[in-house]
Write a protein that binds this ligand. Sequence first.
Ligand SMILES: O=C(O)CCC(=O)C(=O)O
Ligand SMILES: [Fe+2]
Length: 493
Amino acid sequence: MRQVLEDMGEYPESLRRLEGAAGGFCAIPRAPGARERVHLQKSSVCSRAYFVVVMVFFHLYIINLIALLLYVHYITGSGEQEAPPERNGPVAQGPDPRDEHHMERSSEPSPGLSFQLPRLEGIRVGHKQRVSIVHDRTHEMRTLSLKPLLFEIPGFLSMEEGSVVMQLAQLKGMSHNPPLISNPGVDVPEEQRLSQDELFSLLDLNQDGLLQREEILSLSHTTEGSWLSSYNLQKIHTGLETHPSGVLSLEEFKRVSDGVLQYSRAAGGLDAHTRLQKGSTHTQLYLGEGTHHLLKSIRNRVTRLTRLPSSLVDLSEPMEVVRYEPGGYSHAHHDSSPSSPDSSCTHTHLAANSSASRQGACRYLTVLLYLNAAETGGEISFPVADNRTYEEEVLGDLSQQYCDKGNLKVKPVAGTALLWYNHLSDGNGWVGELDEFSLHGDCLLTRGVRWTGSVWVNVDPDQQRQERYQRLVSWHPDEHSKRATHADLHQDL
Ligand SMILES: O=C(O)CCC(=O)C(=O)O
Ligand SMILES: [Fe+2]
């Protein structure tokens, strides 16, 4: 058509210009001729320019695409993270390439803070990720709720391991209430007094016949007035500090504590469990050095699961084993305390020389282990989990009704672990406010017995106090090389 128009001399100049502007003629073969020569020259220049422009746009497109993918990757936190090196015991291993553990990237450290706390990421309810907590297999971890951040890990313990923990707890001795050590001036009836030998045995958590600084300080985790008052604790601690060997034998303990303490078997203190739980017996199992290898392995699994520095987990309170009988339940409660300027954490109170008038448990997270399966009832309930509307009255409801109304109930399955964060992040990689949504309690057990173990990781929202505590407790003249020091902790992260 065009050739016909050209032959007829009627192909308009304006159309030719238009073709040139659009670059269309670059690809169209033309008839030979003077005008054509000029045109061919233009055509080759045009093709190169066209190619360059196209390539520039193509590269920009690819770069934008990569940037977009990186952004999405960053937002969803789907990158694989290296596990911290395992230093303690049989589950030691390098990072597992199959590990798809999701972690929240912490932002820049606050000025003066030397390390941060990694935090797992839930992505969405029902999200599954693989976690590496033992050397020969990976586990599936499922997100149960985002508020609180709560995960379920089936098979965290085998059935046999659950049975061993129950046996160890029974050997240690289960009691309805922790023994009370009264404050000076409070007269304890003769029949309720503990002998000094009995007390020493209670304090000697690893049962090595010596009282170490770690044991005394970890006892300060328990609530003021119910187990060991600050006054009594301070007395024992001072005796231990001033002793040349840094440890106390039974004889030395008797000298230090003589005439100062009165010890009672009576319950009546303000321990959280005395107030909150019914139909249950308890004991504490020490997870530190010198304990049963399974308990050390549980501690290591918690470290690997949570990705927290091993020294934080090592220096946390002993595992609380609870046995419910039919009729047993607990009221809804938080495992940790809200931080306030006039309160301090029980675990750092002494080491930080705090003058705060009140103390509370500072438990960054809870790992709850189901040691056996309850027959009927005994679910753990999170009454306000993932509530869209924040209902004050539900949070204040400490009756059993919360259990039926509860948003999320988890049935006890032997070997399953639940992990939840009791605190939010402060936005700078450290512990923030208490997460009100972590409220939970145990529904009525109607048949069978139910055994659980609670592992709490203690972290002081005041990082300086936490660091001071770790420095003090980690230091040990004989074991200095074995213990994780603050410098190790920094490397872990
Ligand atoms: O035994 C349980 O199910 C959990 C106990 C509990 O919530 C606690 O000890 O704080
Ligand atoms: Fe609890």
